[in-house]
Design a protein around this ligand. Structure first.
Ligand code: BG6
Length: 490
């Protein structure tokens, strides 16, 4: 058991959420801020301003958010005092982007002099969280700029996906970049806020034993899986335009691949980490033409059309085989897959090592499996190192798989914070390490785009899979071709 470190103080912030009544704000952002309120970490002058088109006053917004907290915060974390403190910080601005008067309301609120920070003449740090479609990012930033609301200390947070391809992501990044410096732009990928994903960095670089074997000489292959049991209910309109490639692979899965494959940065800080991730993205072997047909699987669960209300060819499942062409990883396949309405809710990274060079136990019974390091992001965050051990008992040596198991819940007497909770604090403190830089986002699109184009140009229909299964059989064949299996089949 360990004691928690003291929480670092946060500056006074005006935290403005565009899309303040949306699913993300109510399900993740406000519950995340609530948890920090509970720890008494938010500065006394911090205000939270929800912006939406809904006709709500402050009282109405406070009511809406209170209900959301009751729905999304674990019951044993709900404390009347903390709920009251958080909701007292809330304001709502009903804003139609085309109405100058509505923008004046937001302007008035942000310029209001209030509390100690402002009495001393200092502006609170302004954070603009854009939880809206990315084609609105540019127009919102322009308006904020025209109203003089963007100071050197202001930050903007962009939700993924940024654009729907390389060209549109450049347009969005250019538009935001006209108003905010790159150092003020926080592109969020909530997978980077997961404890186990951050722990991957710590495990790799704060320990010595893995580094010598973390390369093509010892690693046979890597599997990255994000499988979800839920469908797209409630988000069908967005999802049907995006699909699994844009929604998950372009960001979350490629980011995890980067953390597995990157070289040690000089220190864990904003640019060194992002420089190393960028090198990995740029070293991905491009998949184009027939290589796409051979190395990718596109699937859709059979009830998807019913869920979105019309026939669709959007993929809800992707499996693919990627390679990182550099000294460390040449020849090591990275298999990525993600799907909705799958048999299990599970996110894992599997580093599968090679077999020992020589079988020393020729007459022994039992099973040997290759060593494998599993990083479990959900459920039950932790790590497992799979080994071969001697089965206890006399009468010869029988080999048996066994594992060293690090469960966060057991090892640390701590609640694992929701990723948004951690990332929102980093935005307030201005720490960019766990956010994506523009060049990373664009490098990811550069790799993904030819795959999307090939699917489009060849009219590749998604293969159907039944809800509650492990996805299409073609994904099993993708590995079988290389004489490998996905871990649940191993
Ligand atoms: C989001 C995707 O970014 O990540 C969703 O838009 C997906 O489609 C979600 O369900 C998965 O996140 P988590 O943390 O629940 O695995």
């Amino acid at each position: 058991m360990t004691a928690s470190p003291p929480d670092l103080a946060l500056p006074a912030c005006d935290f403005t959420v565009f899309g303040g009544t949306g699913d993300l704000a109510l399900r993740k952002l406000l519950p995340g801020l609530y948890q920090r309120e509970r720890q008494r970490q938010l500065h006394q002058d911090t205000r939270i301003i929800g912006v939406s088109r809904h006709d709500l006053d402050d009282a109405g917004y406070r009511h809406l958010v209170t209900e959301a907290l009751f729905d999304h915060v674990p019951e044993d974390h709900l404390e009347a005092g903390a709920v009251h403190r958080l909701t007292s910080r809330l304001h709502h601005v009903s804003l139609d982007a085309h109405s100058p008067e509505d923008w004046d309301l937001l302007h008035g609120l942000l310029k209001e002099q209030r509390g100690e920070t402002r009495e001393s003449g200092e502006d609170a740090t302004r954070i603009f969280y854009l939880a809206v479609a990315s084609d609105l990012f540019g127009p919102i930033c322009d308006r904020l700029d025209e109203l003089g609301l963007v100071t050197a200390d202001s930050r903007v947070v962009l939700e993924k996906p940024i654009g729907s391809d390389l060209a549109s992501s450049r347009v969005v990044n250019d538009a935001v970049g006209q108003v905010f410096e790159e150092g003020q732009i926080f592109r969020i990928d909530h997978y980077l806020g997961k404890e186990s994903v951050q722990n991957l960095l710590v495990t790799r670089f704060a320990n010595i034993f893995l580094e010598p074997i973390w390369n093509s000489r010892w690693v046979d292959h890597v599997q990255i899986t994000v499988s979800e049991t839920l469908g797209v209910a409630g988000r069908g309109e967005y999802y049907d335009r995006a699909g699994a490639m844009r929604d998950m692979i372009q960001n979350h899965l490629l980011q995890m691949l980067c953390l597995v494959a990157m070289e040690p940065p000089t220190y864990v800080g904003g640019d060194p980490v992002r420089d190393e991730k960028l090198k990995v993205l740029r070293a991905l072997t491009p998949l184009t033409g027939v290589d796409v047909d051979r190395n990718t699987v596109r699937g859709q669960y059979t009830t998807y059309g019913e869920e979105v209300g019309h026939p669709s060819t959007t993929e809800t499942y992707v499996a693919l085989r990627a390679e990182v062409q550099n000294w460390r990883w040449a020849g090591v396949p990275f298999y990525l897959r993600t799907g909705k309405r799958m048999a299990r809710q599970e996110s894992t990274i599997e580093i599968v090592f090679k077999e020992p060079p020589h079988a020393m136990f020729p007459h022994s019974e039992g099973i040997t499996t290759p060593n494998r390091l599993t990083v479990r992001m959900q459920p039950d965050e932790g790590m497992q190192l799979h080994l071969t051990a001697k089965h206890p008992g006399p009468g010869g040596i029988r080999l048996h798989p066994a594992s060293l198991d690090l469960s966060y819940a057991d090892a640390f007497d701590e609640r694992s914070p929701d990723p948004y909770e951690r990332l929102l604090m980093d935005v307030m403190r201005g720490i960019p390490t766990l956010f994506m830089r523009r060049d990373e986002v664009e490098a990811a699109w550069t790799w993904v785009e030819p795959i999307l184009e090939r699917w489009r140009d060849t009219g590749m229909e998604p293969v159907r899979y039944h809800p509650g299964t492990h996805g299409p059989a073609a994904a099993t064949r993708l590995l079988a071709r290389d004489r490998r299996t996905w871990q649940e089949n191993a």
